[in-house]
Design a protein around this ligand. Structure first.
Ligand SMILES: Nc1ncnc2c1ncn2[C@@H]1O[C@H](COP(=O)(O)OP(=O)(O)OP(=O)(O)O)[C@@H](O)[C@H]1O
Length: 418
């Protein structure tokens, strides 16, 4: 990091001393309207990172900027995906905010396109970019986050040419939805914004992202026309592209795609092969975002859905537990907060033959959305591990008793409503 030291500046880029004793800042990577982004490395070692330095006074003095910074942090901290720029840490001093982010050394897609002949990627490279973009956005949408400013400037590339969606300053989070379930704030970049956004109508943020994807995508005319459908109701969702569209079914060898993307070489003859569908998003993805939860040692795949149920709720944890307690009155258990955490213990005997208790775990997904995980604990000494017994538990009755507290039930395998 000697080169970094030589380039340090006093203005937010560090002044000889490591930033808050933790990061040594190096050269400036780029600058946005209110921020400068520096190459950095943790004093403790590890991979180089990017640190976005935001001047608090400038942000506070400009209408709409403070919420934008907060939104960027709120969105990024709940997203963890290989194609979404990772936010490692947020630091602050009296004058500045520092977002410590994953480093994307490949620059942004716009600059990459600008350097290419006719400002176009070869189809193979474009497919790779697009597959990764759709993968990232599907992930965001599944977590209730719509980006709302999808454009090549906000698509960064790492050193291997892999895409990293960045700049979530305009993102819509689940709590941005009005009672009608739609967004109402017109935002984004006009050239990439969907007609319903520009017309200031109520809109679905995920569908607005799909339009922006259509603008980014140059080849594959039919697919583009399905994305650039002015009617958001018939416009294809990015989520369904990866699974169903033939353009996505063809996957290229990684090497050829990388070469194409990084060097902008003319498309070469490559072997196409069927790509396996992306693994379905499941509740474990959400739970794993919750720090401190060890997912190892959970149940085998075959009986998960019988032993575990999950639901999301916007009720408070207290209200949720109260409702679980009321349901217990009918199902014959009491809710107990003990050393093992929250458990539903049978009033007499077992919850059902072979089941000793039901544990309750709650994790905040996106305020006020909670993910509640209910897990049947097999009674000690049950030699078959309780497999034969869990079916006896009254999930259906519990579902009815919990009623409105539940926003949606989620199976172990996916996040569909049941
Ligand atoms: N994680 C990163 N790794 C590498 N370079 C980055 C990273 N984040 C940002 N940059 C560079 O810094 C520039 C400024 O980033 P920033 O997110 O502030 O800006 P922006 O989105 O272009 O600006 P605006 O404030 O206008 O939205 C980017 O264009 C990019 O070149």
């Amino acid at each position: 990091m000697a080169a970094m030291d030589a380039r340090k500046k006093k203005s937010g880029g560090g002044g000889g001393e490591p930033l808050l004793g933790k990061y040594e800042l190096g050269r400036m990577l780029g600058r946005g309207t209110f921020a400068k982004v520096y190459l950095a490395r943790a004093v403790a070692g590890g991979e180089a990172v990017a640190v976005k330095v935001i001047d608090k006074a400038e942000v506070m003095g400009t209408a709409g900027m403070a919420p934008r910074v907060l939104r960027e942090v709120a969105a990024m901290r709940r997203l963890r995906h290989p194609h979404v720029l990772r936010l490692h840490e947020v630091l602050a001093t009296r004058a500045r905010i520092y977002l410590v982010m994953e480093l994307a050394t490949g620059g942004d897609l716009l600059s990459r396109l600008a350097a290419l002949p006719r400002r176009r990627l070869p189809e193979s490279a474009a497919r790779r970019v697009f597959v990764q973009l759709v993968d990232a956005l599907s992930y965001c949408h599944a977590r209730g986050v719509a980006h709302r400013d999808v454009k090549p400037q906000n698509v960064l590339l790492d050193g291997d040419g892999n895409l990293k969606v960045s700049d979530f300053g305009l993102a819509a989070l689940p709590d941005t939805l009005r009672d009608d379930g739609h967004l109402h704030t017109a935002c984004g970049t006009p050239a990439y914004a969907a007609p319903e956004v520009l017309r200031r109508r109520a809109y679905d943020g995920a569908k607005a992202d799909a339009w922006s994807c259509g603008v980014i995508l140059f080849p594959a005319r039919r697919l583009v026309s399905r994305l650039l459908d002015p009617n958001p109701d018939t416009r294809v969702a990015v989520e369904s592209l990866a699974a169903h569209h033939p353009w996505f079914k063809r996957s290229l060898s990684v090497d050829s795609q990388l070469d194409g993307l990084l060097n902008g070489e003319p498309e070469r003859a490559v072997a196409f092969q069927a790509a396996p569908p992306p693994p379905p998003l499941n509740a474990f993805d959400i739970i794993s975002m919750s720090p401190g939860l060890d997912l190892s040692g959970l149940f085998g795949e075959h009986d998960k859905s019988l032993r575990e149920k999950r639901f999301t709720t916007t009720a408070s944890p207290e209200k949720t537990l109260e409702q679980l307690g009321l349901a217990g009155g009918k199902l014959g258990y009491v809710v107990v907060v003990g050393k093992k955490g929250v458990e539903c213990l049978p009033l007499g005997g077992r919850l059902s033959s072979g089941i000793a208790a039901m544990s309750v775990e709650m994790s905040e997904v996106a305020p006020p959305l909670l993910l509640v995980e209910l897990r049947l604990e097999v009674a000690a000494g049950d030699l078959d591990g309780g497999d034969g017994e869990v079916q006896g538990f009254g999930w259906e009755q519990l579902r009815m008793e919990l009623g409105d507290v539940v926003r949606a039930w989620h199976s172990c395998e996916d996040l569909c409503e049941v």
